[in-house]
Design a binder for this molecule. Structure first.
Ligand SMILES: C[S@@+](CC[C@H](N)C(=O)[O-])C[C@H]1O[C@@H](n2cnc3c(N)ncnc32)[C@H](O)[C@@H]1O
Length: 231
């Protein structure tokens, strides 16, 4: 008997951006629920599940074996995308890490600057830093996803095109695609981001010396967008 764990909406947000039948890499795979689901369902033909830590990779191996998918899903103990190029992926997924770490991983793997490789990225924080990196290093952001699994998560789909794009502060913070298309979870997402920011500002208000200029600007951007969404 094989065991396949159904991924939650956060992980499933990768699916619309994957090339059907392609080869995918999951960086920071941990439990490997995502590549197992994708290969089991035939959405991907093969996967490489990578992690920098032995413990998560061992858990990935056990879940892959329980799913009977050792023939189609390899595992690799590695930092980011080092040594992964030879797998020749069609898509690279990096989920569940901070935006700055995702940037570091991409920057250390110049081979992903290839129009044939899709990047599917889920920053748990600092999404604006990730978008800024992408649009100023020749990547085009082709789409965005919002998914609710408890809180609302952002998924960014990018591909290298060799041309930089100028994003304004709001587009960096919320995603140009989200602003232009207003997907169903967007207003809730902006509202949540504003609440988080207000809490940060309340915390900083207790310290007389804290610089709040950036947060104040972000708060203004979020408030203005919410007013437009609610009008
Ligand atoms: C919070 S878990 C996310 C697991 C899964 N991707 C998800 O979204 O549910 C982060 C995983 O990334 C791994 N990780 C952290 N830094 C990494 C790096 N530089 N390269 C590869 N994996 C990394 C950790 O060991 C951990 O298993």
């Amino acid at each position: 008997m094989t065991t396949i764990i159904q991924p939650d909406a956060r992980l499933l947000s990768a699916v619309p951006f994957l090339k059907p039948g392609g080869r995918c890499v999951d960086v920071g795979t941990d439990h490997a629920y995502l590549p197992i689901y994708l290969v089991h369902r035939g959405i991907c033909s093969a996967a490489l599940a990578c992690d920098i830590n032995q413990g998560p990779l061992q858990s990935a191996r056990e879940h892959i074996a329980a799913a009977g998918l050792e023939g189609a899903i390899g595992t690799r103990l590695t930092d980011g995308l080092h040594g992964v190029e030879e797998f020749a992926p069609d898509d690279v997924m990096i989920f569940g890490m901070g935006g700055e770490l995702i940037v570091k991983i991409l920057d250390e793997a110049p081979w992903v600057r290839n129009p044939g490789i899709g990047l599917i990225l889920q920053p748990m924080s600092r999404a604006a830093i990730l978008r800024q990196y992408l649009v100023s290093h020749g990547f085009a952001i082709l789409g965005e996803g919002l998914s609710r699994s408890g809180k609302i998560y952002q998924t960014v789909h990018a591909v290298y095109c060799g041309k930089n794009t100028a994003y304004n502060e709001e587009e960096l913070l919320l995603g140009r695609w989200n602003i232009e298309t207003n997907p169903p979870l967007f207003a809730d997402f902006v509202r949540h981001e504003r609440t988080v920011l207000e809490k940060v500002l309340q915390g900083k208000a207790r310290s007389q010396t804290a610089d709040t200029a950036e947060e104040q600007r972000m708060l203004q951007v979020l408030t203005q967008r919410l007013e437009k969404l609610e009008s």
